[in-house]
Structure formats: C-alpha cells, structure tokens
Design a protein around this ligand. Structure first.
Ligand code: AMP
Ligand code: ZN
Ligand code: ZN
Length: 431
C-alpha cells in the first residue's frame, strides 16, 4: 500500500468509524510493512546484534568461533566504552541516539522524572512504550523519517513512539522468545523484496547479562552462554552470506556494558533516616538520591554529611558530577549522585547483601564495564583492530553508512569513519 493510499485510508477511517476502530494493533507495528523511498534503493543493509552484558574480555577468555570470524573479516575494538551509568537502558539508548544519558533522558533503569511527575522503570510497560519519555533521535527514527524502513527484534527504545515514530516493524519485549526464532525472523526480513526489506535491523540477546549476574564473569556458565550466543550469531552470519545481496550487508555486534563482582564485604549501608525527605531511588554501584524537602541550599550540607558517612565512595551534587561522566544536565538525575569504587556498592540498610553478587553500573571507564564492538561489511578493512572508543560515536557512523542525514549528537563521525578504509569523509563535530 502506498503512503498516499494509506493516508487516504486513515482519513476515511477517521470519518466513518468510531475512533477505537482506527487505532492500530498494539504490537509489532502496522500491518502494512511500508516501502522504502526509491532514493534508498542503493543503500546498504545494517544488522545490529546487541549482546547484553557481554564483557569485552569474554572474546579472549572463551571460545567464540563466529565472533572471532567477525573480527577476522572486519573490525574489532579493544573495547567500547559505555556511557555512565553502565546500565542496560541508558547504554543502549546512547548507542541508538549518539547522546549521553544526560541528553537522551534515560538516566537510569529506574528514575524519578520531575518533568513527567512520574517514575520510569524498565519493568513498567506503559512508560517503556511511551515515546514522550525519550529524547533525541534513535537511528531507526532518523531512518524512518527519511523514508527508509527499519525493523526491530528487540532493542531498548524500539517499542516506544520516540518523536512519534516507531520502527516499521517492532516487537514488544518478551525474554521467553528463543534466540533462534529472533534470528530466523531477522533473516526472513532480509530476504524480503527490496521495496519492503528493512535497511536497518536490530536484534538483542539477554543471555550474557542473565548468566553473568547469576554466576559471574569467570564461570563455566558464562562460557556456555558465550558458546550459545556465538552459535546463533553463526546462523545469522551464514544466513546473511546466503543472501543474493550479501555484499551489501553490514553486521555489527556490540554490547551495552560488562560485569563485575560486587563484594558483600564492600557494601556500604547508607541510613537516610537522619535526613528527612531524602530518598535513595537507585542503589548499588552508583546511587541516586532525591531530596524532596528543603531548597538547593540544603544540598551542600547534605553532601558533606553523607560523604563523611561513606568515606571512599564519591558524593556529588548533580551539577558537580565530573564532566567526563556527562551526567549533570538533566533534572531526572538525582539531586545527589554517589559513585562507589569498582566492586563496592552503596545501598539502603535493608538491602545489605549477605553474599557476593555480580553486577554493573560503575564508572564507565572501569575496564570490567567495557563492552564489545565488532563489525564487518562493505568497505570495512578486514582484520582491523581499533582502540577503546565511546559508544556515543556509533550513531553518526551508522547514519553515515546508511546515507542518512544525522541528528546533531554528542558522538563524532571522525571516531569510527577510519574503519571504512579512508572512503569516508568526516562530518562536523557534534555539540
Ligand atoms: P540490567 O541488568 O538491570 O541493566 O537490565 C537487564 C535486563 O533488561 C535484561 O535482563 C532484560 O530482560 C531487560 N530488558 C532488555 N530489553 C528490554 C526491553 N526492551 N524492555 C524491558 N526489559 C528489557
Ligand atoms: Zn545490560
Ligand atoms: Zn544487567
């Protein structure tokens, strides 16, 4: 169905039927997959696979033939530096938008938003799918707005109408969907005729995060999970290789953060009962405190008192969080931000752990928080190794290879352009 015909249909629908009958089904996007505008006919295809919690050194610790093959045929970064906080939602949405968390609005997996007068939480479907919580322009929105079709088998943000736009096809997150089914569906999308074939496809596996939290990064269970996701990646690689247009496909495999032992002996309880109106919204590797009573003049004294209680952990007023963490500019960030040393945590007294656990959320420069980035595709010189780089630089590179006009972002094309072997021209630095 052409866009014009579809628009006309919507008008007829609105005139003739009660409103409820015109509302599209809530899952998987509109029944009409839409078509690519003719100007994108020669654009390549990009498949992004996110492996939640795949720590950068798993590539060297555990056998992973498909990932090693990708490194051989393309580029591998020493590590990708996620944004702070090193949590799933902030990190994925920075990869998607090229913005630090202080600019894209997902400042944690859970946070209070004064502008919305509500809590965002990754388990709350209503907020997760409500685009008004999200700022910036994820790459699939950039593409859709420019007439290029996209499809998502999960990726943070793809379920929401960000700026009023969703991927042409998307799925409501359901961790029980087997990875094999996710891969098969993505390959089916890539086999579609060029008119409807999505140029950007996202895919997401949670296995390494699930198993890493439970058994720790140096465990046989993580080794087995690496082997399992690697086998699914192998199916994806083979499926792409069998496409008639295989030589136009980029495959990007990345992750959102690493994993580290949170030592029970280094957990610090923070008793907030002496401080009325102060609440901990998020605790652990970093903690976020909201101060509901008293004006801004109360904050320096509070900071000093809490710093004195905690000793080693750093306590900042939001506006004083060090520049390199890019975690100041949004009132959704706590009034006070606490950062524990790697391996240590700060929690409310009722959440004191009895045993060691495994988690993430620490300083994004911590090596164990490091993520992976590998890619192969047209123009990428095989066997390249690049140094550590920040995840916000992925968006401008994706926009570049897809031939899209990028939104203004924090990331810079200059960072990843060289992996294309000199064929790319560097864009203007972002803000
Ligand atoms: P965390 O380790 O707390 O940062 O969060 C990781 C969890 O996020 C994973 O176990 C996933 O089940 C969950 N997750 C990933 N993507 C989504 C999504 N789109 N909607 C809801 N939950 C998700
Ligand atoms: Zn994660
Ligand atoms: Zn996790």
């Amino acid at each position: 169905m052409s866009p014009a015909f579809r628009a006309a249909g919507a008008v007829v629908c609105a005139l003739l039927l009660p409103l409820a009958a015109c509302v599209p089904p809530p899952d998987s996007g509109p029944p009409d997959p839409g078509v690519n505008e003719a100007r994108h006919a020669d654009a390549p295809y990009v498949v992004i696979l996110s492996l939640d919690g795949f720590r950068h050194d798993y590539l060297d610790l555990y056998p992973s033939p498909a990932l090693q093959g990708l490194a051989r045929d393309g580029v591998r970064a020493e590590r990708m530096i996620p944004v702070f906080p090193t949590k799933t939602f902030p990190s994925h949405f920075s990869i998607a938008t090229g913005l630090y968390a202080e600019h894209h609005g997902l400042v944690g997996n859970r946070f209070w938003a004064p502008d919305k007068q509500g809590f965002y939480s990754i388990g709350d479907r209503e907020v997760v799918e409500d685009g008004t919580w999200y700022r910036g322009e994820p790459i699939w929105v950039t593409a859709e707005r420019q007439g290029m079709r996209t499809a998502a088998f999960f990726f943070v943000g793809t379920e929401a109408d960000v700026g009023g736009v969703r991927p042409t096809r998307w799925k409501r997150y359901d961790d029980s969907v087997p990875n094999a089914e996710r891969v098969d569906t993505v390959l089916a999308w890539l086999r579609e005729p060029p008119e409807t074939r999505p140029h950007l496809v996202t895919l997401y596996f949670s296995d390494l995060d699930d198993v890493g939290h439970r058994d720790g990064p140096e465990s046989p269970e993580v080794a087995a999970a690496v082997a399992s996701v690697d086998a699914h990646l192998g199916t994806l690689v083979d499926g792409i290789a069998a496409l008639p247009h295989a030589d136009r496909v980029y495959l990007v495999v990345l992750s959102d953060h690493g994993m580290l032992k949170a030592e029970a002996a280094r957990a610090q309880p923070l008793d907030l009962s002496p401080f009325p109106g102060v609440q901990m919204e998020e605790g652990g590797p970093y903690a976020s405190l909201r101060v509901a009573e008293g004006g801004p003049e109360r904050l320096p004294g509070l900071r000093d008192s809490i710093q004195a209680l905690l000793g080693e952990a750093e306590v900042w007023m939001r506006q004083d969080v060090p520049e390199r963490l890019h975690y100041s500019a949004d009132a959704r960030i706590g009034d006070l931000v606490i950062l524990a040393s790697p391996g240590a945590t700060v929690v409310t007294p009722d959440r004191m752990p009895r045993r060691d656990a495994f988690t993430h959320g620490w300083d994004n420069q911590t090596p164990e928080m490091g993520a992976i980035f590998l890619a192969k595709g047209p123009g990428i010189v095989p066997g390249q190794r690049i140094g550590a780089f920040e995840a916000v630089n992925v968006y401008p590179w994706l926009a570049h290879i897809l031939g899209l006009d990028p939104a203004p972002v924090d990331g810079r094309l200059e960072v990843l352009a060289p992996i294309l072997g000199g064929g790319a021209t560097a864009g203007e630095p972002g803000r």
